[in-house]
Design a protein around this ligand. Structure first.
Ligand code: NAP
Length: 249
């Protein structure tokens, strides 16, 4: 039975969708959770209330993960509130889809800066307290698109594949300090991020998924909680597909 009592976690992009489910799942297992969000203060306040209703503490920190200073601020606020950082989940992510030949430089940069550089800034900021504690769990939320590529998502696929490389490099770098670093790679989950996708495209993804359905935010959160737990102590540098079998390798 996974027990995160007494542990403190950071989740980036915890106000909605998969991040919100991760915050609540960590709290349900006993962790206090600090999370960031970009702008939706009402959604963030709702998540804080939901965590407190579970008897745990929550801290909502407004900040853009693509800004290096935001990561430093989030880590400082978490240490100030809880005195430790046991778990870091890099979940914040965006899409700005287009075909390569039409993709703007801004669309490329925004997605790479948020989905890949954002995780690097947060890992760098959380590393010192984790190394000092000689313990830590880092979980990066990649994507099936980062493992297999997706037409119309060159920026997103590249950033999510980069996140896998980052995961493996960090895993090797800090293994001797008792810190693990893994990634989960969700398939298709209905959230605000994906709700705009045309029905025929959604149908195509469902048809290509061996389990024949989309995932739920809770199913992604369950995998993250496992990788963040003591039960996953001997797992590092791995990519766990949580995608109904969409990508097998
Ligand atoms: P979502 O519903 O759009 O939620 C995104 C969350 O991230 C929100 O809390 C948002 O905050 C926050 N956020 C966005 N940009 C941010 C920034 N620059 N700085 C700080 N926070 C930011 O997305 P989701 O579907 O839950 O996706 C979560 C993660 O899973 C992403 O990394 C995504 O790539 C990955 N993923 C999703 C799917 C899927 O099918 N949904 C599949 C594979 C991978 P605000 O509320 O303030 O906007």
């Amino acid at each position: 039975m996974i027990d995160l009592s007494g542990k403190s976690a950071i989740v980036t992009g915890g106000s909605r969708g998969i991040g919100r489910a991760i915050v609540l799942a960590l709290a349900r297992q006993g962790a206090d959770v600090a999370f960031s969000y970009k702008g939706n203060a009402d959604a963030a306040a709702e998540v804080v209330a939901a965590v407190e209703a579970l008897g745990r503490q929550a801290l909502a920190h407004r900040g853009d993960v693509s800004e290096p200073d935001a990561a430093e601020g989030l880590v400082a606020a978490t240490l100030g509130a809880y005195g430790r950082i046991d778990i870091l989940v890099n979940n914040a992510g965006i899409t700005r889809d287009d075909l390569v030949m039409r993709m703007s430089t801004d669309a490329w940069r925004d997605v790479v800066d948020t989905n890949l550089s954002g995780a690097f800034y947060a890992i760098r900021a959380a590393m010192r307290p984790m190394i000092r504690a000689r313990a830590g769990r880092i979980v990066n939320v990649s994507s099936a698109a980062g493992r297999a590529g997706n037409a119309g998502q060159a920026n997103y696929s590249a950033a999510k594949a980069g996140l896998i490389g980052l995961t493996k490099a960090v895993a090797r770098e800090v293994a001797s300090r008792g810190i693990t670093c893994n990634a989960v790679a969700p398939g298709f989950v209905l959230t605000e991020l994906t709700s705009g996708l045309a029905e025929p495209i959604q149908e195509g993804i469902r048809a290509a998924t061996p389990l024949g359905r989309f995932g739920t935010v809770e199913e992604i959160a369950d995998a993250v909680v496992f990788l963040a737990s003591d039960e996953a102590a001997y797992i590092t540098g791995q990519v766990l597909g949580v995608d109904g079998g969409l990508v097998m390798s």
